[in-house]
Design a binder for this molecule. Sequence first.
Ligand code: FAD
Length: 426
Amino acid sequence: MGRDFAYVILGGGVAAGYAALEFAKKGVSHGQLCIISDEPVAPYERPALSKGFLLPEAPARLPGFHTCVGANEERLTPNWYTEHGIELILGTRVISADTKLKTLLTATGETITYKFLIIATGARAVKLEEIGINGSNAENVCYLRDLSDATKLVNMMRMCTGGNAIVIGGGYIGMECAASLVMNKINVSMVFPGSYCMGRLFTPRIASYYEEFYKSKGVSFIKGTSLSSLVFNSEGKVTGANLKDGRYLHADMVVVGIGARPNTNLFEGQLAFENGGIKVNNRFQSSNTSIYAVGDIASFPIKLFNDTRRVEHVDAARKTAKHAVHAIMEPKTISDFDYLPFFYSRAFSLSWQFYGDNVGEVVHFGDFSGTKFGAYWVNNGRLVGCFLEGGGDEDYVAIAKVVRLKPVVLDLGELERKGVDFVVAV
Ligand code: FAD
């Protein structure tokens, strides 16, 4: 059993959706393109799962957040794919790939042949068992990577109203889930080993603002320790957690956000790897010229910082996917990808954006007791990064423009005094 396609996108997440739209814009013919995804639904905006999807009232639901609404482009419902002659092969896992034969084998026993392959398999949540703790399969232990995880989390929140949740991890997922749990009237204790939340991006001062805000909403922070074991009742439900510092916490539910790993195993030994992902050039072509890699799994050159990185954020998934399709369909008109890293998050009434690189000296600015503040990063005398909470559209446009220019900064005090006006004035 087998089918042939000119173009195959492996994975049906954010990057797949944006790639499909770009293929359609470039005039792909009916029957030339397919998307293979082990998820049962057409590509959707994954960030919605930890935000609108978890709201207690008027939550976001499909088809409302199919790609590409997140970038204010067309919304690609399953019908859209049919109308454009793009085959969606859903609920189908690819279990092996042969890059020499240009074939993918699915769990249903079908062999799919491609001329060009775009790998967009994203990442998976790290499981408790990978850090030596049992309990992932318990009915009240939740992760958050895909729609089925989010649905389980919503169901658990409904069953635990007024109860206690432990959130393991102080990164993006932990912070956004903690806010959603509180909004769903659940008491939250966040446990993480670092001395402050969002340790890979925030400075201690920025983190302290968010922690105080969360505390004012009732969240408890238990820092500098981690989970030692979960405690179960006779039905296999988690009832509490032992921490490494000897504390015990009662729990009606647990949310685990301890990191993600790129889904690259199908291609190990067949393609070149870098930074734990598939190494690509500035057109997203891997070491095999018929295979492109985009989104969370791609390790790509970042010209601005003369570096290669994997970026596990939605903006990179959208832009890398579009660029790869352009490179495949119109190779003569493509320029080298020139990416400015951009991350954002929203929780409660808070909303921040970060552009560039968080290396070098930090200069905080703005009103940390109010609603608008941020930080600049200056490395080797140049402005390389900026974080801003509570900005308006024009602030963020100015930040993106100026960070890309990496201006020389002679006086750090000026950055502090002027705050976001520094970039707005450039
Ligand atoms: P994904 O969107 O993960 O898609 C990968 C797809 O491949 C999935 O459908 C998966 O099921 C499928 N797949 C994998 N292996 C196989 C296989 N063998 N066979 C078939 N199908 C397969 N980023 C931000 O910048 N801001 C945010 O606020 C933000 N919020 C987020 C909230 C959540 C809950 C999550 C999980 C992520 C969030 N992100 C955020 C990160 C962002 O969503 C990812 O960077 C983005 O989804 C990556 O896109 P992708 O297409 O590479 O991978």
